[in-house]
Write a protein that binds this ligand. Structure first.
Ligand SMILES: [Zn+2]
Length: 566
């Protein structure tokens, strides 16, 4: 998700609405989701949806008598059926009706006979209603296009939950349970185009309505399942990417009034995907890279990214005002951030919301890497310094309140998470760091399933060849950051002596490397890496000629306060 203050407010509101439930007594933990099929009729006139969500799951408890599925009010549960046969055939096979109860924001479907561990079920919940819309970013949007006033509809639910628009085991409560396959069939007025995840299987035109059948055969988090419906124009191209056997199709759906701008803006997509593929490994979803213009500013829906940004590069210099000018100063914020989510969030997914930074911190640092690629390392270091200005020293990267996505959500995990990675790169060195990031992003265990911060740490330690506990403990779980007091260096001929004091104010003691540079009278520069532990220490540097000045470039790589004193 893109970072915005409005989101924070939304997340707080959603926190209050979230049911308090321990994992141990949670009946949704009794099964593991395998597949979903969502059938949805979207009616812009009444601003309602109608259809069914089929959950296919495997029993992991000793036995299962009823399946608990999330579906939030005001959506109404109309019925439940057992579905027999192939879930992905064109027409949903009709099955026997099942009894159900509406319990809070769930539907409890009673199975015809109890199932034992390892047995599979396929249960459809039929429903209708107007899905929740919390604000411009969270929830189901029914809007009109600015040009011709046609219906323009989009879903977005990461911090309010998928149960607000379709019946499923929501990742909002259970991020650890990713479906392996998802089919989304959307029926909408024939004047519009309906877009969703994965590949387009078929399009069926009826009387005044058209059904668009989409399907993805790879694991994605449930919040990443999405639809967007509008009078879209579509254009596409293909790009050869490192690590992919076939060229990747790039599909764009934009409003007619945006087409010229979008074609200009999205011309950079092949280069962006090539760069991320080199850094993070092969693009995870060979079906497509998709961008769809939405009334939502931005959201990382897998293979169908919601793009509501201002096409900043296309409008630069035209006199058109960019409402997101600050965010778009160095790059297209939504395009770059959400594209990185295809690797971090959609492919590699955190198994608890405490590890939410694996989605947001990694993508915030991916922005810095793109800035470095386009504008150079110096600009990237300045960019990180700007990010620092927005971080509270009371923030933790790990989110200890983690029952729901909303409870864990915090804007601080973006930039402090990015800083954690920036410092880790400094500590490990470029080659082992990027090798570790790529290995982590490509591990099939995390791409198919989910992972934690500890999994990432283990990959890094293997590449580093030593424990990184003393790094991860303070930077992942701690608040505060170190402050350094640097005394004026004592220069005596070829020798310089620097006294530095490091104070750790939080619960952890910090130990960080620091690169120091001494300039000598003969023009040479001596570089030295020292380790700064908490406390006072004295550093000696020996030059090739009398030392005239000492600099500390390493401080651009550490989240800290620095004070230079005489
Ligand atoms: Zn994000």
């Amino acid at each position: 998700m893109t970072l915005d203050r409005k989101l924070l407010v939304g997340a707080l509101l959603a926190t209050l609405a979230a049911p308090a439930r321990g994992a141990s007594d949670d009946p949704r933990a009794d099964y593991d989701v395998q597949d979903y099929r969502l059938e949805l009729l979207v009616d812009p006139a009444s601003q309602t949806v109608r259809g069914c969500g089929v959950t296919a799951g495997v029993v992991v408890a000793e036995k299962l008598e009823s399946v608990v599925i999330d579906l939030a009010a005001p959506l109404q549960a109309l019925g439940a059926t057992q579905v027999a046969g192939d879930l992905f055939q064109k027409t949903l096979p009709h099955g026997d009706a099942l009894a159900f109860d509406r319990v809070g924001d769930t539907v409890v479907v009673h199975l015809a006979a109890s199932l034992a561990r390892g047995e599979r079920f396929q249960v459809a919940v039929w429903y209708s209603g107007r899905p929740l819309r919390q604000d411009d970013f969270n929830g189901f949007q029914w809007t009109l296009t600015p040009g011709s006033g046609q219906p323009w509809i989009a879903s977005s639910c990461q911090t309010i939950g998928e149960q607000t628009w379709w019946p499923c085991k929501a990742s909002y409560f259970h991020p650890e349970d990713k479906p392996e396959r998802v089919a989304v069939h959307v029926t909408a007025p024939s004047t519009l185009t309906a877009v969703s995840n994965g590949r387009l299987v078929d399009v069926e035109r009826g009387a005044g309505v058209t059904t668009w059948r989409w399907r993805i055969d790879q694991s994605i988090p449930t919040y990443s399942v999405a639809i967007a419906v509008g009078p879209y124009v579509h254009f596409e191209e293909e790009v050869a990417l490192p690590g992919l056997e076939r060229k990747l199709p790039i599909h764009c759906w934009v409003l007619p009034e945006s087409e010229a701008k979008a074609r200009k803006q999205f011309a950079q997509v092949p280069e962006l995907l090539r760069f991320f593929s080199e850094k993070f490994g092969p693009f995870p979803f060979p079906d497509k890279f998709g961008l769809v213009e939405t009334p939502i500013w931005g959201m990382e829906h897998a293979t169908v990214i919601a793009y509501g940004n201002s096409f900043p590069d296309a409008i630069r210099g035209t006199g058109e005002v960019d409402p997101y000018e600050l965010r778009n100063k160095l790059y297209d914020y939504v395009l770059v951030h959400e594209a990185a989510h295809e690797w971090f969030g959609n492919a590699v997914t955190a198994s608890t919301w405490g590890d939410f930074w694996i989605h947001e911190g990694f993508c915030a640092y991916a922005e810095a890497l793109w800035v470095e690629h386009v504008h150079g390392l110096d600009a990237a270091l300045d960019f990180m310094a700007e990010k620092k200005a927005g971080i509270s020293d009371l923030a933790t990267v790990f989110r200890p309140r983690r029952d729901t996505a909303a409870a864990a959500y915090d804007t601080q995990m973006y930039d402090k998470g990015a800083w954690l990675l920036h410092m880790l790169r400094y500590v490990m060195g470029d080659e082992p760091f990027f090798a570790a990031v790529k290995e982590f992003a490509c591990d099939p265990r995390w791409r198919k399933g989910t992972c934690t911060s500890a999994d990432f740490q283990a990959v890094c330690e293997r590449r580093h060849g030593a424990s990184l506990r003393s790094f991860f403990q303070p930077w992942l779980y701690g608040t505060r950051w170190p402050s350094y007091t640097v005394r004026q260096p004592k220069l005596e001929g070829n020798k310089a002596t620097v006294a530095i004091e490091c104070k750790s104010r939080g619960q952890f003691r910090y130990e960080m490397p620091l690169d120091v540079e001494a300039t000598c009278a003969d023009g040479s520069v001596v570089k030295q890496r020292v380790t700064l532990a908490t406390g006072s220490q004295s550093i000696e540097i020996t030059g090739t000629a009398p030392i005239t000045a000492v600099r500390y470039p390493g401080f651009r790589w550490i989240l800290c306060d620095v004070r230079h004193v005489p």
